[in-house]
Design a protein. Sequence first.
Length: 262
Amino acid sequence: MLTMGVDIGSTASKAVIIRDGKEIVARQLVAVGTGTRGPQQVYQGVLAQAGVVRADIARVVATGYGRLKFAEADRELSEVSCHGRGISFLCPGIRTVIDIGGQDAKALALDLGGNLENFIMNDKCAAGTGRFLEAMARVLDIPVEEMGMLSAQAQHPVSISSTCAVFAESEVISRLAAGEQAADIVAGIHASVARKVSGLAVRAGVHAPIAMSGGVAKNRGIVEAMERELHSPITVPEDCQLAGAIGAALFAYRDLKSVERS
């Protein structure tokens, strides 16, 4: 039995196909999200990779920012539930999930069975999100993908005190004008994001072990800053960007098994 999960975010589209709720048989990621051809590209791409057609997929569940506009889905589900389920699949036993997306940041508290107990989301301000990091990278004139590597070179990390994305941008410009090194500024940016997001985790109820999902989890500088704030190691699975899509595919499988049992 094949099920598909499609996670349509603001900056990327992800899809996976899972067999019998156990084995990932295909995975795709396209670096454009809702409102673009990204959702269709990732959908067609994952079918092609698996060598199947839509009729071979028993159920499709969509999640993410653009889930309501994905016509091929049988059902839509919140990304909060899907990220929790996906991380539990990738890292069994995780109790806290931190997801920093393009538009928001989330902290999820899971029970011992991997079920969602509580969550806190920041979706009112760009600070602490992937968009914030992209804006800071533009000011520094560096690729956002290099921020983690650059922060590792910091000798004297600066303090970025502004929690507003607009004011933080002005603060970074001032730091550059004062002759601060880019590596030290990036380290300060990462610490600022970590302080904001760790506050969400504390409010949600932090329990170790902790994992991160989403594309920002690939930024080692952010992960290390979060570890310092939460005083705990953080696991980042290889498929961290696919956690939402994996969770959606697993919920699709659960839907089908529930129908069989009834």
